[in-house]
Ligand binder design. Structure first.
Ligand SMILES: Cc1cc2nc3c(=O)[nH]c(=O)nc-3n(C[C@H](O)[C@H](O)[C@H](O)COP(=O)(O)OP(=O)(O)OC[C@H]3O[C@@H](n4cnc5c(N)ncnc54)[C@H](O)[C@@H]3O)c2cc1C
Length: 327
């Protein structure tokens, strides 16, 4: 059984990792590495986890995987000094009531470990799927053929699934029910350790919703970097503005929260996440069209957390493992 998986984020990798016993898996990933929104950017000699900041582990399937010897060294708990910040307001200490995990030494360590020796074609954006007899033929942006497959599993954000599968997928209406909002990530490279009495902050009443000293996570090396996330509402309102405008507005907002003299900024970088946070999930672990042999997984199936992406991929693998072995 040849299965093409489009997208090597957590949902695609979780599906592929669990499907190896019963399928011949080929992943296609448009970027140069695995992880999707579990991402780490290297800029000059700084590193920033500029996508997901941490992940929770409520699902038994994820919990038992993380206990596995192969995965223990790729993940660690993060316990930052955490506060709530707002401009011109008192700072409040916050407490997390469950463990929050990060990849070590960077966020991509966990997806890289899941990827293991899976077959992955990088820098390959799947642009078209078409029927060729009983098989699916995939093509990239230049029209080059990527191979023939029995099944195609999409592990992309819902709007991208809609564009690629369209009405070929009997579940296309369900795909359009999911809603995702954007986020800007400002990566601030620092020369010196900032004089702050916190390491991570949830931010209120500001274009900023979150900030974190990247190096407060376990096993991060210096130099220091600050990751600043815009709120999803602010990003939605400013989605098509010039990067320089976004950068200066987020820096202004940062300076309303932190005394500019306490930050020695070396350089800044910006990332726009067009599909960052799931605002409305569809409430099913995955979507599957058995007749056409198409399926979709992703965080947007179940929620808005990295863990939801993992659970979605794993659930489809379990479903297809049973279905394909009994058909
Ligand atoms: C800024 C930000 C902060 C976040 N913070 C947290 C947090 O603190 N905690 C938490 O639990 N979650 C957080 N999340 C959400 C979390 O990152 C996601 O839920 C999870 O990573 C989604 O995984 P996925 O596999 O469903 O999708 P993705 O990670 O988006 O993976 C999809 C993959 O498909 C690839 N792709 C897309 N189109 C194509 C194509 N045509 N051909 C080939 N490849 C393609 C993409 O390059 C990508 O690698 C955050 C996300 C963002 C952006």
């Amino acid at each position: 059984m040849r299965i093409a998986v489009i997208g090597a984020g957590l949902s695609g990798l979780s599906f592929a990792h669990a499907s190896r016993p019963f399928a011949d898996i080929q992943l296609f990933e448009k970027s140069r590495g695995v992880g999707g929104r579990l991402a780490t950017r290297r800029a000059a000699d700084h590193e920033f986890d500029h996508g997901a900041q941490f992940f929770t582990c409520r699902a038994k399937s994820l919990e038992s995987l993380l206990k596995d010897d192969d995965f223990q060294s790729a993940v660690s708990e993060w316990q930052p000094k955490l506060v709530t910040l707002a401009p011109d307001s008192e700072t409040f200490k916050r407490t997390w009531f469950e463990p929050h995990y990060v990849g070590v030494p960077s966020m991509t360590a966990f997806p890289k470990r899941l990827a293991g020796d899976l077959a992955i074609s990088y820098s390959t954006q799947v642009q078209e799927i078409s029927r060729c007899g009983q098989d699916w033929q995939l093509k990239d942006k230049s029209g080059a053929e990527l191979g023939m497959f029995d099944w195609v599993v999409s592990a992309m954000p819902a709007p991208q699934v809609g564009m690629l599968f369209g009405t070929k997928f009997s579940e296309h209406r369900s795909v359009t029910e999911a809603q995702l909002s954007p986020c800007f990530a400002l990566m601030v490279a620092l020369r010196d350790r900032p004089r702050l009495n916190f390491e991570a902050a949830v931010v209120r009443q500001s274009p900023i919703s979150w900030l974190a000293i990247n190096n407060s996570k376990p096993s991060r090396s210096e130099p220091l970097g600050l990751v600043v996330h815009s709120s999803n509402a602010w990003a939605t309102a400013h989605i098509d503005e010039e990067p320089t405008v976004i950068e200066s507005q987020l820096l202004d907002a940062l300076h309303q929260l932190i005394d500019p003299d306490s930050l020695s900024i070396q350089e800044i970088h910006l990332q726009r996440w067009r599909y960052a946070k799931v605002e409305k999930a569809i409430g099913k672990a995955f979507l599957v069209d058995e007749k056409n042999r198409l399926a979709a997984v992703g965080d947007w199936c179940l929620g808005n957390r990295a863990e939801d992406a993992f659970v979605s991929g794993r659930a489809l693998a379990e479903h297809l493992g049973i279905t394909l072995n009994t058909s």
